[in-house]
Design a protein around this ligand. Sequence first.
Ligand code: ZN
Length: 70
Amino acid sequence: MNNKEKIVAQFNIQSISFREQYLEEYFQCILCGTELVYTHDTDFIYQTVEEKAHCPHCKIESKNHSHKLQ
Ligand SMILES: [Zn+2]
């Protein structure tokens, strides 16, 4: 491997169950695999909770879900 080559992404393909896959995608960044930081903002006027996932490595925000309060 010369100096210009660089591993950008490495994928380990293995058969995992749907549940494991879901949990992995939920807790880890889809780009780099870093553990996501979740924040929850509650809006009592609209009765919703905004769930946001943030990757501290990529500095991206993903998975913006809105949950209705009962
Ligand atoms: Zn990331």
